[in-house]
Ligand binder design. Structure first.
Ligand SMILES: *Cc1c(COP(=O)(O)O)cnc(C)c1O
Length: 389
């Protein structure tokens, strides 16, 4: 096989997805039309949640969730340190303070004991992040939040289609947010959704995504009025019908897409267990993992190549390895605004120095998977044959 160019993740868009989009383009409603509610219903039904609110990105979903909870300046929201910046940024959008909890070494999911010690009288909510597509321990997080009367939000941007103890992601927290960015489990180009069983919060988020206006264009059209009221300050966070048509079409194949990801993960697991020089993150037996990411840990033993060397070598061989993530509290913005420093979340900080995400996405072929496995082996083997410096 000639050297392929494999990103760490990418969309799978088929002819039926394209046809669904084209149909909307030929129709009357490009936005605020019927596809929006249909896509919301499809995600609500799949996850088992009562209400779903489509928004323009996963970040908008997190922002809407925080606003629906009534997070205000002075509040604290506990978030894991090892996540995409948006998880914490949405707290800052509302003038509140993100408080960073550490993660568990084996799964890199939020450490519930670390959350507990960070609870203060100002804490309003806890956000769990389903890192790499594996759901957090929502039993332990839910119990902690119940005892302390805190809201629980699931940042499930990695984990649509995953489950915890047989219960689907979407029903495990008060509010669950999804992203439909091209690397995520399904895509709408850009897009997001919040699901919840709480009708009042869903209504608040519908208003929030439409400037704080209490009716949308289509509702006014139907009752024949021009009059509307803006009751609170919102945003234009709408997801349009072109995007929702793509999302609906993608939802029909979500199970197939997840199955393919799991299949690739099994191939990697088998190969790396035999190889023994890198270790995949731990998948908990209670979790049905979505494998948004396939993350391995390089434990630099004597004579092993460094993460930087492995990264460089694999990139040179056309393998788009990546690092998820820089711990959020170490970003310059957080250091200067909130005074966060190294040492705050030692497990997350150490992990971010030693992890690597390998390509995993449904359109990857078995030959691609084998190419990645062979190249990983070869990088380690060429290193151990090199004379000591
Ligand atoms: C992708 C992602 C987001 C943001 O989603 P966008 O759709 O890109 O705005 C938030 N949190 C996590 C954990 C993500 O991976």
């Amino acid at each position: 096989m000639t050297q392929p160019c494999l990103p760490y993740g990418r969309q799978r868009v088929d002819e039926d997805d394209i046809a669904a989009v084209v149909e909307v383009l030929r129709g009357d409603w490009l936005t605020t039309g019927p596809r929006v509610a249909e896509f919301e219903r499809a995600v609500a039904e799949f996850t088992g949640a009562r209400h779903a609110v489509a928004v323009s990105s996963g970040t908008a979903a997190l922002h809407a969730a925080m606003a629906a909870l009534g997070v205000v300046p002075g509040d604290e929201v506990i978030v894991p340190a090892l996540t995409f910046a948006a998880t914490a940024n949405c707290v800052v959008y509302l003038g509140a303070t993100p408080v960073f909890a550490d993660v568990c070494r084996d799964t890199l999911l939020v450490d519930v004991a670390s959350v507990e010690v960070r609870i203060s009288p100002r804490t309003r909510a806890v956000v769990g992040v389903d890192y790499a597509g594996q759901p957090c321990d929502y039993d332990a997080l839910g119990e902690l939040c119940r005892v302390h009367r805190l809201a629980l939000v699931a940042d499930a941007c990695h984990s649509l289609g995953a489950a915890w103890r047989g219960r689907p992601v979407g029903t495990l927290a008060d509010l669950t947010t999804f992203s439909f960015h091209p690397v995520k489990p399904i895509t709408t180009g850009e897009g997001g959704m919040v699901v919840t069983d709480d009708a009042e919060m869903a209504a608040r988020m519908r208003t929030f995504r439409n400037h704080g206006i209490t009716t949308d264009h289509r509702q006014r059209e139907q009752i024949g009025t021009w009059y509307y009221e803006m009751a609170s300050l919102g945003f234009n966070y709408r997801l349009n019908d072109i995007q929702c048509a793509l999302g609906l079409s993608q939802m029909r194949k979500l199970r197939t897409l997840i199955e393919r990801r799991r299949d690739i993960a099994r191939q990697y697991d088998r190969a790396f267990a035999a190889f023994g020089r890198i270790s995949p993150l731990c998948a908990r037996p209670e979790a049905a993992h979505g494998y948004h990411l396939y993350v391995v840990r390089l434990d630099p033993a004597a004579g092993a190549p460094s993460r930087a060397e492995v990264f460089r070598s694999l990139r040179a061989r056309g393998i788009g390895v990546n690092v998820h993530y820089v711990p959020v509290h170490l970003h310059p913005f957080y250091r200067s605004r909130f005074g966060t420093r190294p040492g705050l979340c030692p497990v997350a900080e150490a992990a971010s120095e030693s992890i690597l995400s390998l390509p995993i996405y449904p359109a990857m072929t078995d030959e691609h998977v084998q190419y990645v496995i062979d190249q990983v082996r070869s990088v380690f083997e060429s290193q151990s044959l090199a004379p000591a410096a």
